[in-house]
Design a protein. Structure first.
Length: 542
């Protein structure tokens, strides 16, 4: 502008300190970026993983840790570096992180070596059911001033809100899963059985397909596989009603045909149950006799030990509720020792623009090629992965597989050196049944302990006799029998020995000892309880 006195031009300027504005904008941008990333995290662990990664990026930190405390659980640690446990941290660092819990959302710092630049900073946030402490490891060259502390407190607040949201979602998910699992079917299988289940509608873990196993009198097992029309939650609600009704009817009926005839009448009163398909069978595990009835369900596949594959397509009738007054027919077949029986729903073999018979043929070929000694649970997994389309299954899939394993019968010399081979053969036999680790270990311990007792006490004065071991599946149980023909002698009094029978009784559900002039027999029974089966997790898909 011109000088009013005419002596030249003047420059006039205004200076404004925008430091606070820029810092505020930076804080808003950082909080917004963290909130966007956290909004994409569905579980508590995903929130923690996202949070520590974003904080590390924000401060270009060497490492960021998140420790969480929840009632009844050990301290859990999430790190941006290599996987670490709480006990892996140095004691001083654990103490610093622990101290953060006393003042949530208060930022604390640990002094560095030079006393000027901090070695780390952290804060703690509370959420429903627990507390999380966040620790930022600085590289020793960074300053962590008031603005950094303010920003960390703001980001900690956003993280706490996200943890609360994720915890609520986790709780809702757990309740939903518990309800879904309750209507799906048993979480365990008798020896020789395996299942796979794949719903077509995520995030649901159930759909319109189902399987069920029912223990019947006389070493018999009731087997049910069904398929409701539709998918998703509506089909799952129908499925739950039909599954419960079919199990109850089978327990009270004279056979599968009578159970499905009664289920017809029940299905009439359930909306959307029309045209549901069901297979219902009763298996005598001792004889291999299978009596079955099919209400419009896909044919069963029986793979014989020699490689021949047979479709069990008898006992057929209409799907449910189409003709409730029409009596249903039964069929009977024999499952030889070593054979495998496969039951499934049409989602396993049905594809667009392909005849369903082609899918059944592909499934039969896969079953024919399977190794004879492949554990039944592994085979169920192979079936699911072998037939999965490129885009995944488009319909619900349920697979139930049964392997009728021949009894294990061993006769060996009463020599402790023979026990290694006995244990190896027994372990291999148990593996075919896909028993859980705990149950298989219990059987190994009890059987081998009984064999060792027979060697020591039955043939102490006349070594070289024969001990016989037999293990077989009878219904839901494993029966183990150890027999010797020697003369039982009471154990020698040794302070640290003599607990063999106590060990056997602790691992078996039932133990009976019969001693006589002709020898001693130890008969044991183990049951595949849900808690003993490792293969019992809700076996989904692959």
């Amino acid at each position: 502008m011109e000088d009013p006195e005419g002596r030249g031009r003047m420059l006039v300027g205004t200076l404004r300190d925008i430091t606070a504005e820029r810092l505020a904008a930076h804080r808003e941008a950082a909080v917004s970026a963290l909130s966007v990333r956290l909004s994409q995290s569905a579980t508590l662990q995903e929130v923690l993983d996202t949070g520590v990664a974003e904080l590390r990026r924000q401060w270009n930190a060497a490492r960021v840790l998140a420790a969480t405390w929840e009632r009844g659980n050990p301290v859990a640690l999430t790190s941006t570096s290599a996987s670490l446990d709480w006990d892996d941290l140095q004691p001083q660092l654990r103490e610093a992180i622990e101290a953060l819990r006393a003042q949530p959302l208060h930022v604390s710092m640990a002094a560095g070596a030079d006393g000027d630049r901090p070695a780390g900073a952290g804060t703690a946030v509370e959420y429903s059911g627990g507390m999380a402490a966040i620790w930022i490891d600085l590289d020793g060259t960074q300053r962590f001033g008031l603005e950094d502390r303010t920003l960390l407190a703001l980001l900690g607040g956003s993280l706490g809100q996200a943890l609360n949201r994720a915890r609520l979602l986790d709780q809702q998910r757990e309740v939903g899963l518990a309800l879904q699992h309750a209507i799906l079917g048993p979480g365990w299988m008798p020896p020789g059985f395996a299942v796979r289940y794949e719903p077509a509608t995520p995030p649901l873990e159930v759909g319109g397909d189902w399987y069920d196993i029912a223990e019947l009198a006389g070493n018999r097992i009731g087997i049910i596989v069904g398929d409701c029309v539709g998918r998703g939650l509506p089909a799952a609600s129908v499925m739950g009603q039909l599954r419960s009704a079919c199990r109850a009817l089978l327990l009270q009926s004279a056979g599968p045909a009578q159970a499905l005839t009664a289920l017809d009448r029940f299905a009439e009163f359930i909306p959307d149950a029309l045209c549901s398909t069901v297979f219902c069978g009763v298996l005598d595990t001792a004889t291999g006799r299978l009596t079955y009835c099919s209400a419009g369900h896909p044919p069963r596949i029986l793979a014989h030990p020699g490689g021949r594959v047979e479709l069990l397509d008898q006992g057929r009738s209409l799907p449910l509720a189409l003709s409730p007054t029409h009596p249903r027919r039964e069929a009977t077949t024999h499952i030889p020792l070593g054979a495998r029986l496969l039951l499934y729903t049409d989602g396993l073999v049905e594809r667009r623009r392909r005849p369903i018979d082609a899918g059944t043929a592909q499934l039969s070929a896969l079953l024919r090629r399977a190794a004879r000694d492949l554990p039944v649970d592994d085979l169920a997994g192979q079936i699911m992965t072998g037939l999965i389309p490129d885009q995944g299954y488009e319909d619900d899939v349920a697979v139930l597989l049964y392997h009728r394993v021949a009894p294990l019968e061993l006769a060996f010399r009463a020599d402790p050196g023979e026990l290694t081979a006995v244990r190896r053969q027994l372990r291999s036999w148990l593996r075919q049944l896909s028993l859980g680790t705990m149950l298989a270990q219990d059987v190994l311990i009890a059987a081998c302990e009984a064999c060792a007792n027979a060697i020591e006490h039955g043939y102490r004065d006349s070594p070289g006799g024969i001990v016989r071991l037999k293990v077989e599946v009878t219904g839901p149980d494993l029966r183990i029998t150890v027999t010797d023909s020697g003369s039982w002698r009471p154990p020698r009094r040794v302070p640290y020995r003599g607990n063999g029978l106590n060990l056997i009784r602790a691992t078996m559900q039932h133990v009976e000892i019969s001693a006589g002039d002709s020898g001693t027999t130890v008969a044991m029974r183990a049951r595949s309880l849900p808690s003993a089966l490792a293969s019992a997790p809700r076996p989904s898909g692959r």
